[in-house]
Write a protein that binds this ligand. Sequence first.
Ligand SMILES: Nc1nc2c(c(=O)[nH]1)N[C@H]1C(S)=C(S)[C@@H](COP(=O)(O)O)O[C@H]1N2
Ligand SMILES: [Mo]
Length: 385
Amino acid sequence: MLLPQSLSRRLSPARSTAVAARTGVALGVGITILFATGLISHLIQHPPDWFRWPAHPVWLYRVTQGTHVTVGVMMIPVLLVKLWSVYMRFFIKPSLRHGLAELLERLSVAVLIGAVLFQIVTGLFNTAQFYPWKFFFTTTHHAMAYVAFGAVVVHLAVKLPVVRQALSRPVDDPEPDAGSAPESGPRRGISRRTVLVAAGLGAVVAGVAVAGQSIPFLRWASLLAPRSGHGPQGVPINRTAAAAAVTDTARSPQYALTVKVGGRERAFSRADLEAMPQHDSALPIACVEGWSAQGHWSGVRLRELLAAVGEYRGGDVRFTSLETTGIYGSSVLPHTHVVDASTLIALRLHGEDLALDHGYPCRLIAPNRPGVLQTKWLKSIEELS
Ligand SMILES: Nc1nc2c(c(=O)[nH]1)N[C@H]1C(S)=C(S)[C@@H](COP(=O)(O)O)O[C@H]1N2
Ligand SMILES: [Mo]
């Protein structure tokens, strides 16, 4: 795209193809990681028939989702520098004189910027549990991911020749491209290298500031991580018993967990569960919001609990909470996780009875899954046919 002389002269040498191409490549890599890790999280929560997610390694989802949120935040400074390096071009009036192809290209850039900004803003607000909008976060964030990723692929394909040329030259080389400052004349403003280093440092600082919510030794630095290490028994709380309105039912002496499997049904009091063989599991809670925390749980192995009731035929198992408000009151566990030895109906965390907020009298804890599927305050467990 040719810039009018008047505009071109106002460009600082750092607002250049050299900077736009390099930040563009960084964004392309980051957005690809975001798309892949986001898709994994979506597929685990809404599994199509063909999808299998393993129970091991138990920390895998913790890593993919921690990466998703950390990389998302790291992209903010990179995106700002990228937009800064090209924004003068947005002021060129679109005209058919430049050709239809260019008009379409500019339209695709508008879609790209809109979709990427939308993803970053909604994702960031979600990690802060701040929802100043009417639509349902996960559905919209998921749908828009295809738009954003698709637009990135198209844009990179269109710009590939420019990117290759820009990357083949040293970053501070004067550019033949009319989109940068005139080659003659004195250099003004900051250098491209400085801008790129600033973008990189910005990304690292932003990343460190959130990564502490999933990486314990970075916790001290996690200024931006809302839930890192606080909460009863050293594990953050997503939704308290009071918020879920289960305080009375969870403490009731009449509490019973109903288990239905193989055409049989049996009710267990908390004392019944305590009387069964107890097992330990070291498993993380890994929230989709990006925070995670390791827990040392103990309780009844799910497969042993099912066997105590009836014959498990290998289907998915549904967990239902005492919680009747809210949308996270139930979850479905696939076969692989049902039979895994580490999957527990947890009664204790870190050697103490489960705190009310962590799901007392009992909760599901299974390996390698999103926290949102680790249902607290269990009321019933049922094999689906
Ligand atoms: N019944 C019920 N279970 C629930 C939730 C909920 O809102 N209701 N939140 C889930 C989410 S989003 C997470 S991250 C984990 C957090 O568990 P914790 O609060 O014990 O750390 O619980 C899950 N289990
Ligand atoms: Mo969560």
